[in-house]
Design a protein around this ligand. Structure first.
Ligand code: SF4
Length: 270
């Protein structure tokens, strides 16, 4: 069965083979048996419905994806995400107020191969599951954890396991002021073995009463701990950015580019 996979938004995780599309169908299309529209973000739901109408004359259309049903059990590596990306679990036991992942943790079996681990909170998984994941990772190169690692779950034994792998990037997160102590402890354990370019940290900015000044302080702190920060600008379920949007988006751009970050840090710390 030939399936056209359609995505409302192109991201760094989108697959890029011949059956992948990011908008309406073109004039000369191959024959398809089904069209699957995969929606990753809640704010793309309206566009997904519009795309459904555009694709209906090609083949029967199904809409799914993380914003609708989590893609949990039917996940096939490389199908809706770029090759190399894998999920070994879905959901998270925490309920952070800014996060849209509102599903209990579920460990997926079998553990599917991949060097880019996109789990929502992999370190919350059981020891038995982690054993299987680390075993799978021992066969991989250029390993990345862009799904994010919860700082308070980074312990000595976890660091030892990371050290045994070919790690490219470890991503942690710094979402609010209270998270600072866990991040500090994680930094202490990790930076003995991993350089700043391998230690990345998402810093949530623009949530609730945040200000650019407060956000900048968190980003600088993250750098001082030994991480290369990456600003994540909060968007609500409708996809709205915090106000004033122009300032926040400009600020975020600076804090996502390594060269701009290094220049900014020099300016702020000298
Ligand atoms: S720990 Fe991460 S994945 Fe879990 S609820 Fe909080 S932000 Fe979401």
């Amino acid at each position: 069965m030939r399936i056209a996979r359609v995505f409302p938004t192109k991201t760094s995780m989108s697959p890029d083979d011949h059956d992948v599309y990011f908008g309406e169908p073109g004039l000369f299309m191959p024959e398809y048996d089904e069209v699957h529209i995969s929606v990753a973000f809640t704010w793309d739901l309206e566009r997904a419905k519009w795309l459904k109408r555009q694709w209906e004359f090609i083949a029967p259309v199904k809409i799914g994806g993380p914003a609708i049903d989590g893609e949990g059990d039917g996940f096939v590596p490389g199908k809706y995400l770029k090759k190399g990306i894998t999920f070994t679990s879905r959901g998270c036991p925490n309920r952070c107020p800014w996060c849209f992942i509102n599903k209990p943790l579920k460990e997926l079996d079998p553990v599917l191969e991949g060097n880019i681990i996109q789990d929502n909170n992999i370190l919350a998984c059981s020891r038995k599951h982690l054993d299987k994941v680390f075993q799978m990772l021992s066969r991989q190169h250029a390993i990345r954890f862009p799904g994010g690692l919860e700082a308070r779950r980074i312990r000595y034994d976890i660091v030892e396991r990371f050290r045994s792998l070919r790690i490219n990037e470890l991503w942690l997160s710094y979402d609010n002021d209270e998270a600072i102590y866990d991040l500090m402890k994680a930094a202490y354990l990790l930076k003995k073995y991993f350089k700043r370019w391998k230690l990345r940290c998402y810093v949530l900015i623009g949530f609730k009463n945040d200000t650019i000044k407060k956000a900048e302080k968190r980003l600088v702190k993250t750098w001082e701990f030994g991480f290369l920060p990456f600003a994540m600008l909060y968007r609500n379920k409708k996809g709205d950015y915090p106000k004033p949007e122009r300032e926040w988006r400009h600020f975020q751009r600076t804090w996502t580019r390594p060269a701009a970050i290094a220049t900014k840090i020099k300016e702020l710390l000298n």
